[in-house]
Every structure is written in structure tokens, then in C-alpha cells.
Ligand binder design. Structure first.
Ligand SMILES: CC(C)(COP(=O)(O)OP(=O)(O)OC[C@H]1O[C@@H](n2cnc3c(N)ncnc32)[C@H](O)[C@@H]1OP(=O)(O)O)[C@@H](O)C(=O)NCCC(=O)NCCS
Length: 171
């Protein structure tokens, strides 16, 4: 298994992978594959933090971290969002999803990023140290149903980086 940065030649295979992966996801809007393309065409795209897992020449996993902002008062803070994570169904439950998350977080830390947010399953992401973002005084633009509020999560890549920061995160 090889984890590396995505490149243009991968984009078609990634589109197909994400589309298929989310057909079996616990929560899906059905357009996650377009969301990946949307991020790539915008200014939050960070090529070094969009990674693929390759096995026998095939792309079997993908993760995309992008930049985001927390806006509070008259201050804006730059952070990351884990935008999307996908593993091909036949390669799941073998640690591939976790490997992609750990490699991406490690790269992000080494690039100097300080914290990362996501909207996702809290049982899954708590294993990497993510906790509900509301515990840091972070809130959200849209109305999030009460039962999903703890699914908006945060992880400090640099300890203490979210202390004293409050505001609204763009997700
Ligand atoms: C979520 C996903 C990336 C995990 O990939 P993976 O390679 O199976 O991940 P790992 O092998 O590292 O971890 C598997 C573990 O995660 C758990 N898990 C997988 N999806 C989960 C979910 N939605 N909620 C809670 N736990 C989940 C599995 O039960 C398994 O638990 P175990 O380790 O106790 O057996 C993969 O299932 C997938 O692509 N799903 C569809 C797309 C999706 O939902 N992505 C966003 C996740 S919020």
C-alpha cells in the first residue's frame, strides 16, 4: 500500500471512488464526489494534503484536507477541515481509513497547521483524538440539529492552539 499526494491523472479514479464509497456510507448527500471537484477548483485546496492510497496500481482510498477559517469578533483564524475520506468497500476494516487520516494529520502538522475541524461520525473520529468543537467555544453558521452537534469535531495539531479561540467555523 502506498499513500501519496494526488495528481491530475488520478482525478477521474478519485471521482469514481468517492461516488461509490458514499453509496454505502451511513450518511450521504449523494454529491460528495462533486464536493471534491468543487474544493479543487477553489482557493481552499491544498494539493499536499489531498492524498490517495494505491494498491497494485489502483486507487483504493482518498483523503482531502482543505483550509478553513474561524471568524470571531474582528479576528479570523486559519485552520484546516477534513473535507472528505473514502475507502473502497472491499478494502475497509483493515486500517486503511486510519492510515490515511494519520498520514494526512502528520503532514499537516509538519506543514505548520495548528488545528483541524470536521463534520463526521464521532465514534469513528474520536479514535484520532477529535472532540466536539463546541467544547472550544466554536459554533457553526447553519442550524445543526441538536443530535448532530457533537459530530462537528476539532483536533489541536499543536497543543493549546484552540485555547481562547471562539467564533464560527466555515465547514
Ligand atoms: C469510514 C471509512 C473511511 C473507514 O475506512 P476503513 O478503512 O474501514 O477504516 P479503518 O479500517 O481505519 O477503521 C475501521 C473501523 O471504523 C469503523 N467505522 C467505519 N465507518 C464508521 C462510521 N461511519 N461510524 C463509526 N464507525 C465506523 C468500523 O466499524 C471499524 O471499527 P473497528 O476498528 O472497531 O473494527 C469507510 O468505511 C468509508 O469510506 N465509508 C464510506 C464513506 C464515509 O462514510 N466517509 C466518511 C466517514 S464519517
Amino acid at each position: 500500500m502506498n499513500i501519496r499526494q494526488e495528481n491530475e491523472g488520478d482525478f477521474g479514479a478519485i471521482y469514481a471512488l468517492v461516488k461509490k464509497a458514499f453509496e454505502t456510507a451511513a450518511m450521504s448527500q449523494g454529491d460528495e464526489q462533486d464536493y471534491v471537484d468543487h474544493i479543487r477548483s477553489g482557493d481552499t485546496y491544498i494539493p499536499e494534503l489531498s492524498l490517495v492510497a494505491e494498491k497494485d496500481g489502483h486507487i483504493v482510498g482518498h483523503i482531502m484536507l482543505a483550509s478553513t477559517k474561524v471568524r470571531g469578533g474582528n479576528r479570523t483564524h486559519d485552520f484546516l477541515v477534513l473535507a472528505i475520506l473514502s475507502v473502497a468497500e472491499e478494502h475497509r476494516r483493515g486500517g486503511l481509513g486510519s492510515a490515511l487520516v494519520y498520514v494526512a494529520l502528520d503532514r499537516a502538522r509538519r506543514m505548520g497547521h495548528r488545528a483541524i475541524f470536521l463534520a463526521g461520525n464521532r465514534d469513528y473520529y474520536s479514535r484520532f483524538g477529535f472532540i466536539p468543537a463546541s467544547r472550544y467555544g466554536i459554533s457553526f453558521k447553519e442550524d445543526v440539529p441538536a443530535e448532530l452537534i457533537d459530530n462537528i469535531m476539532a483536533l489541536e495539531l499543536v497543543p493549546g492552539s484552540l485555547e481562547g479561540i471562539s467564533g464560527i467555523v466555515d465547514l
